[in-house]
Design a protein around this ligand. Sequence first.
Ligand code: GLA
Length: 460
Amino acid sequence: MRQNIMRQGMTGVSDSSDSSDKAANPVERKPGSAGTAGAAAPAIKFIPALSDAQGARQAWDLFTAVFQTQPEGVWDAPGRVNLIGEHTDYNGGLCLPIALPHRTFIALRSRTDTQVNLVSSINPDSLAHADLQGLEAGGVEGWAAYPVGVAWAMRRQGLPVRGFDAAFVSCLPLGAGLSSSAAMTCSTALALDEAFNLGYGKSDEGRVTLISMAIASENEMAGASTGGLDQNASMRCQEGKALLLDCRPGLTSFENVSQQDCDLSAYGLELLVVDTCAPHQLNDGQYAQRRATCEAAAHKLGVANLREVADTLAAQTGDDEEARLAALKTVVNKLDNPVEMKRVRHVVTEIWRVTEFVRAFAQGDIERAGHLFNASHVSLRDDYQVTVPELDLAVETARANGAYGARMTGGGFGGSIIALVNQGQSQPLAQKIATAFADRGFNQPRALTAVASGPAQRVL
Ligand code: GLA
């Protein structure tokens, strides 16, 4: 039985086929300028990040106003952009996210019963309620499924978690492919961890347990497929670092991440993020389809996952790129299905690109790093087929206007692009993209600047 959730206006769930962006969020999507082709583009808006102090204060104030008592504390968790390594996580591959300065804040107070009461600044006049007692997978509707599902997953593991009251505030844009849902589940997991003295949040190894609760919530309570990239980024990214995440099954928390220096300013660079504000289709199942196709292809090729193909071919051919591609062609040709052939080609080459990007960036070879961004986008567009015209236009405009490279980031089917540009170029480039969008009659996009930030934390 689904629980009766009162959630007037609590929009923001499932409006994106990118499972990373289905949580409630106060940065609402504005109706765009569709149909206004040729009109001058208004100035593009850059979304500022709330400081820890601002976010903590807002969440605290919302909590006290709604629940008439003080919270036990305020925690936050960041959204992410993935630099490269898209649709590789569920194939046992590599990804390279950074945490955004844009975060979701949760003020929380534990309860002695099993009731959960939630409010979001998106609609502070409307509360969502659930009862953890007797709750089953899929038993909560709407955005509340994300935080409630975390407590549900913890209890299922036998952890001593009860009900709670919580207030959410966020500066992460919704439906932008920037993991607002992971920011919500991970901030909730960390808050519950402290409120119920579980002790997992203090170590990286313990955080991996909290990540598994966040993933269970998204998969089983909210019904959103996710491969783990977003939750690992939100819980484990470090300030000034990109998280090289190795999703090969069976690795320990000591083996599956390495922190890579990511000080863009040291290279005189900025990372521009443009949310295309492209309309998303609701729950269109495209993500799950891609995943199923990859699994079927791996099965036909006699491997546990497509990472094995990438590793085997890389070991056989070393640094000889031509030989690698030829070897990949031979493997791909064993598949009789043209769709499977394309999907495998994307996943395997994308895993290789992550390794190459890490090497190029560490060596300061920014031209090469930019080239790899571009190649990743082309592969996602042509082989994985997860881009939309807005993403392609934003990337093309960025490339035509001085970016070293640009690509879609996140699950695709809408959402955001990232562009690697010289310092000071983000604003003019974003405006050029806005103009190109106005010319095509697309929605007005919006932007933010990505700086590699820290993981989920307690802020008050
Ligand atoms: C979404 C999913 C992630 C990952 C990306 C694509 O964000 O939640 O797990 O699969 O898409 O890289």
